[in-house]
Design a protein around this ligand. Structure first.
Ligand SMILES: C[S@@+](CC[C@H](N)C(=O)[O-])C[C@H]1O[C@@H](n2cnc3c(N)ncnc32)[C@H](O)[C@@H]1O
Length: 277
């Protein structure tokens, strides 16, 4: 079995939701203003659903009779979504499914959301092809990414401080961020026509009450190396978390609010892509 540091948080959907705070919801609400309201009978994909932020936000708006399929590659996240679906009686099906190997039929969804996932889901061109394939003609794909997140620098700093300098970066902390041009390239590779894709940006603010707890959750999720965790990571765990906390005390995009919370400014980039009729 792969080595895991004894201090690591074993991730469940609730941990991802805690890490993201309400920034995902803020961005999703903004995104929903960019597309026409849902109609009865719409079939919506929450692709790479994580803890279900898209599904929960849509359901919170009390839409007409729609159906959502929420899928993610991570079984723990899908299990967390399924619990929320059951508890709330939402018209939502959940399934563990890779974005590159969707099993839904062609021309199936009216809307396909891939929220804050294109940067981290592996082969994005294949994922975009699947989004395009499963959308109905005239359907809308909504894909968002974070193009500015101050904590990435903090986590990279901790990586360099506690690991060898020339080694590979964690997959989820790449030096070259995934930007609007990369998302456009992926969507076009997926089959969307260039003139059917539009972009906009939204500033979101993540409030963090307990920096140490947040650093623990962030490092547990984002810190793993391509080859996995090592004994060195366990030995240096406390030093790593302390370094992330120190880095997040101040810097570009980092401030404190009147309650003493740390506030990270994050910038979402949202693509709306229509499949040709
Ligand atoms: C930053 S989270 C975003 C989750 C959610 N969409 C939201 O807005 O809160 C990225 C998600 O992508 C999922 N993911 C990563 N690779 C994937 C893949 N190849 N197929 C499906 N999901 C994937 C992760 O498990 C994680 O839940």
């Amino acid at each position: 079995m792969a080595f895991l540091p004894k201090q690591i948080t074993t991730y469940e959907a609730a941990h991802l939701a805690e890490l993201q705070g309400d920034v995902s919801e803020t961005a999703i609400k903004y995104t929903l203003e960019l597309v026409p309201p849902f109609s009865q009978g719409d079939v919506i994909h929450d692709n790479a659903c994580g803890s279900g932020a898209v599904t929960e936000t849509i359901m919170g708006l009390h839409p007409p009779a729609i159906h959502i399929d929420a899928t993610d590659i991570n079984p723990q996240f899908v299990a967390g979504c399924a619990v929320a679906v059951q508890k709330n009686g939402w018209p939502v099906s959940t399934k563990v499914e890779s974005a590159q190997e969707l099993t839904f039929p062609d021309n199936y969804f009216t809307h396909s959301f891939t929220n804050f996932a294109f940067h981290c889901l592996g082969d994005h061109d294949i994922a975009a092809k699947q989004v395009h394939r499963t959308l109905k003609p005239g359907g809308t794909a909504i894909a968002s990414i974070w193009i500015y997140m101050p904590h990435v620098d903090a986590l990279q700093h901790a990586h360099w401080r506690t690991r060898w300098k020339e080694g590979p970066m964690p997959v989820l902390l790449p030096l070259e961020g995934f930007q609007e041009a990369d998302l456009r390239k992926a969507l076009e590779a997926g089959g969307f026509q260039p003139n059917n894709i539009s972009f906009s940006e939204k500033d979101c603010f993540l409030k963090i009450r307990d920096l140490k707890r947040w650093a623990q959750l962030a490092w547990s999720y984002l810190g793993t190396l391509p080859s996995g965790w090592t004994k060195n990571d366990e030995d240096k765990w406390d030093e790593t978390i302390a370094d992330i906390v120190e880095q997040l005390e101040s810097g570009d995009g980092i401030s404190k609010n009147e309650s003493g919370d740390t506030v990270l400014r994050m910038v979402a980039c949202v693509a709306i892509a229509k499949k040709e009729d």
